[in-house]
Design a protein around this ligand. Structure first.
Ligand code: PXP
Length: 243
């Protein structure tokens, strides 16, 4: 049964593929996990096809698009290779992220302001193909303004710094302010990275945020409580913060 809420939950299934790749076989299957996430109330699936294919692989993206009846958010670096794959797969959205080979996970936001013209040209064919453009940025006004200028549909605010701090007030205030500023610029506001049962509520409570993308923690909790229960519990925290 699908849960309806004004705050959507996108489930990132990258680390199901990490586990699969640890043994080089086909189990566990990220596409099966995406189906399960859908049944448990996810509103979308996110998958990051990294240049080094360390978790999600090309064939996973094809199957996610073909077999899972949920919007697909294709996370990718702004490279020619990824653009060609996205134009072939036609996901609902492309979320552009900075990518470094040596990083464990996406470490910072995309510097949209520093490469405005190049990104505008990069997203043009994707937009022409009807793919929504999401930019994963730090909660900074100049990045929001640059994102709006190049015609992005969505910004996903990087919550990674907020998530790891013990004193989160300043980081939260920055995210709240960016959500207001971004919405005023006409951008759809998403947020994600490092979110857990413990830290999700203040982010879910930000009125302008319409979607959270959450991965590693949910897959981690799946080990103990199962993926469906982890998703339902996360939804409970999100909905509770919204009321
Ligand atoms: N959003 C973006 C753009 C990301 O790069 C990631 C990590 O792949 C996430 C959300 C999910 O972060 P986490 O796995 O920490 O929940």
């Amino acid at each position: 049964m699908q849960h309806r809420s004004s705050l959507r939950l996108g489930v990132n299934i990258d680390h199901v593929a990490t586990l699969r790749n640890a043994r080089g076989g086909t189990h566990p299957d990220p596409v099966a996990a995406a189906q399960l996430a859908r049944e448990a109330g996810a509103d979308g699936i996110t998958a990051h096809l990294r240049e080094d294919r360390r978790h999600i692989r090309d064939a996973d993206m094809v199957r996610l698009r073909a077999e899972v009846a949920l919007p697909l958010n294709f996370e990718m670096a702004a490279t020619a290779e990824m653009q060609a794959i996205a134009l072939d797969i036609r996901p609902n959205a492309c979320c552009l992220v900075p990518e470094k080979r040596e990083e464990r996970t996406t470490e910072g936001g995309l510097d949209v302001a520093g490469q405005e013209a190049a990104l505008a040209a990069y997203i043009a064919p994707l937009r022409a193909a009807g793919i929504r453009i999401s930019l994963f940025i730090d909660p900074e006004l100049h990045q929001l303004e640059a994102s709006a200028r190049i015609g992005a549909d969505i910004v996903e605010l990087h919550t990674g710094t907020y998530a790891v701090l013990s004193d989160r007030d300043a980081a939260l205030a920055q995210l709240q302010q960016a959500a207001v500023q971004g919405a005023a610029l006409g951008l759809e506001i998403h947020a994600g990275h490092g979110l857990t049962f413990e830290n999700v509520a203040p982010i879910a409570a930000i009125e302008q945020v319409v979607e959270l993308n959450i991965g590693h923690f949910l897959i981690g909790e799946a080990v103990s409580m199962g993926l469906a229960e982890a998703i339902r519990t996360m939804r409970g925290h999100m909905d509770g913060a919204r009321t």
